[in-house]
Design a protein around this ligand. Structure first.
Ligand code: ATP
Ligand code: MG
Length: 574
């Protein structure tokens, strides 16, 4: 089917809320959902009869039926976690795709044509695996994902399109429901150039809610000498009230929270009645707000733009309505932040503008041009020696994308016929501390002395923030390559490997698996340090992979994993 003339919409798939927009008649218009609202809660549930409910309806059923309602799904994107709605389990990708297909339906109705293409925004600080998960969710929903755009870049675009003549350095501070992003851009001659991005994927309104929940909960539990542990209904009510209370504290100095019936004790109903002041709340979230400072310093440092050269600080995301947030930014950067774009709509608007550029509704001659960067350092685990574990950087963080870089590596020992390319993303100099995106083998390296054969490794990072890696043996031209894709991504479903012992190959691996078990047991009872925790985590993953390989009778892979496990245990001095 040829979709080339179809409209492309922009979608901001948020942790708390989802919005969609379309670029037409020279501007980005927000699209109304079936309830004629712009903002849709990012909530998915099953109703009593087992039908899906999405958005407002799902949010409304949350306090009554938290066990079959999923909130804050985006936090889990890219992970292997299962989300239960009643007894049925779903992946984060599946539930996100339910949200996206809801958007697709209402947008199709509002715009009067079947919508099949979208630009979807993601936090700038999402890694490759999280981005892949979003692409997959889009595709599952029947949307061709034309581009993944970084949320702060989108917000800056919605500002930039109306200020094309300006020359300025803009810092976008995006604090939403679940993620924090900070991006520094330069607007010059109609070009919006991202200089650097950083952030924290686990910082947002949800975490502020949790501070309040903790506070209310401990006061309630103490007062009534009860525990709310495992009381999902009470905790869901508390969550709802905590968020309301937080929002009220943005405009009021003091808020009273009353929940007439929170739980029961020996048949007696117990209620909650507490008053909290804004300054108490601010004290609770101080450490969370402080966590925004480091990423801000990172983008200033990486872009080599000092804070006094910032012309505009743009606030994006619902949580920037907290007065303490803008006060903190002003104190930290010495400049008052501005609400020049709509904190809730600008990301979807920017995604729609990007969609307009791709679809041709915005003329590339007169329109704004944008460039973005990769937020993480990318590289491989150095191959000099089996035990080497340092990160050999191929693409440093915050370079303009798309980007293609290559690096040359040499064989490490005589007659080395194989090399393993392990691809990592992250800022640690120790490769295994970073996030492993995938690995593949290059085989068929001709015999020869150490250092004679050359392997040329190339990383291509595209405009969506997705990576492709290839390696060529220079002397033979033999190539191996990997798209860093779902194969290695966190969304792969875990299978039950407990039956590995039934395999006819089990005996061959019993000894290494027993050694692993012993190692893990010993590590658990021994002193814990960061290195050990990492090692155990890695070992557990390898053990799982090995059992899986045994069950699948993939013996080549199993032997290979056995070697990895041996190395890991020996490295730890066992
Ligand atoms: N007036 C307010 N004061 C404080 N917090 C608010 C206010 N209004 C909304 N919020 C919070 O903002 C968050 C939602 O913001 P937003 O819709 O920008 O997030 P999101 O885009 O869904 O999340 P993310 O971008 O992190 O994925 C929620 O945690 C909500 O409680
Ligand atoms: Mg957002």
């Amino acid at each position: 089917m040829d979709y080339s003339n179809d409209l492309i919409i922009g979608i901001d798939l948020g942790t708390a809320t989802t919005e969609a927009a379309v670029f037409r008649d020279g501007k980005a218009d927000m699209i109304l959902n079936f309830n004629e609202k712009i903002v849709t809660p990012s909530v998915v549930g099953l109703d009593e009869s087992g039908n899906f409910v999405i958005g407002e309806k799902a949010k409304a059923q949350y306090i009554m039926a938290p066990d079959r309602t999923a909130i804050e799904i985006k936090r889990k994107m890219g992970s292997k976690d299962k989300i239960y709605l009643g007894r049925q389990s779903f992946t984060p990708v599946e539930l996100s795709s339910m949200l996206l297909s809801y958007v697709k339906r209402y947008a199709s109705q509002q715009l009067g044509e079947e919508i099949t293409r979208a630009v979807i925004s993601v936090p700038a600080y999402f890694d490759d695996i999280q981005r892949q998960a979003v692409v997959e969710a889009g595709e599952k929903a029947g949307l061709k994902v034309e581009r993944i755009i970084n949320e702060p870049t989108a917000a800056a675009l919605s500002y930039g399109i109306g200020h094309m003549e300006e020359e300025s350095h803009i810092l976008v501070y995006d604090l939403g429901g679940g993620t924090f992003d900070v991006t520094l851009l330069e607007l010059f001659g109609g070009v919006l150039e991202v200089k650097a991005s950083s952030g924290d994927n686990e910082l947002g309104g949800k975490d502020f809610d949790e501070k309040l929940i903790e506070w209310f909960r401990s006061r309630f539990e103490e007062k009534h000498n009860v525990s709310l542990e495992g009381d999902t209904y009470a905790l869901a009510r508390l969550k709802e009230q905590a968020e309301q209370c937080k929002i009220s504290l943005s405009t009021r100095e003091e808020v009273q929270v009353q929940i007439p019936l929170l739980t029961e004790k020996d048949g007696v109903p117990l209620g909650l009645d507490e008053t909290i002041t804004r300054s108490q709340f601010e004290e609770m979230i101080r450490e969370l707000i402080d966590r925004t400072h480091h990423p801000i310093l990172t983008v200033l440092g990486d872009s080599k733009i000092s804070k006094d050269r910032l012309d505009l600080i743009l606030l994006v995301g619902g949580s920037t309505r907290i007065p303490m947030v803008s006060r903190d930014i002003e104190e930290f950067l010495g400049k008052e932040p501005k609400v020049e774009v709509h904190p809730d709509y600008s990301v979807a608007e920017g995604a729609a503008i990007q969609a307009g550029i791709i679809g041709g509704t915005i003329d590339s001659e007169d329109g704004i041009v944008i460039t973005d960067v990769n937020p993480y350092t990318l590289g491989i685990r150095a191959m000099r020696d089996y035990n080497d574990d340092y990160m050999s950087v191929i693409i440093p963080r915050n370079v303009t994308i798309p980007v293609k870089r290559h690096q040359i590596y040499y064989t490490s020992w005589e007659n080395q016929n194989e090399a393993e390319i392990q691809v990592y993303q992250g800022e640690s100099r120790t490769a295994s501390r970073n996030h492993c995106l995938g690995k593949f083998k290059v085989s068929g390296i001709p015999d020869g002395p150490a250092g004679e054969e050359v392997i040329d490794v190339t990383f291509s990072y595209d405009q969506n923030g997705l990576l492709q890696v290839s390696a060529v043996i220079t002397s033979t031209g033999e190539e191996a390559c990997v798209h860093i894709d779902m194969m290695e991504s966190g969304v792969e479903e875990k299978i039950d490997v407990s039956k590995w012992k039934d395999s006819s190959y089990a005996d061959d691996y019993r000894s290494i698996l027993r050694r692993s078990e012993k190692f893990i047991k010993k590590a658990k009872s021994g002193p814990k340090n960061e290195e050990m925790v990492d090692r155990v985590r890695e070992l557990k993953d390898l053990v799982y992979q090995l059992k899986k390989a045994i069950l699948e009778e993939n013996l080549e892979e199993a032997d290979y994993l056995e070697e990895d496990i041996q190395d890991l245990i020996e490295e730890a001095g066992e």
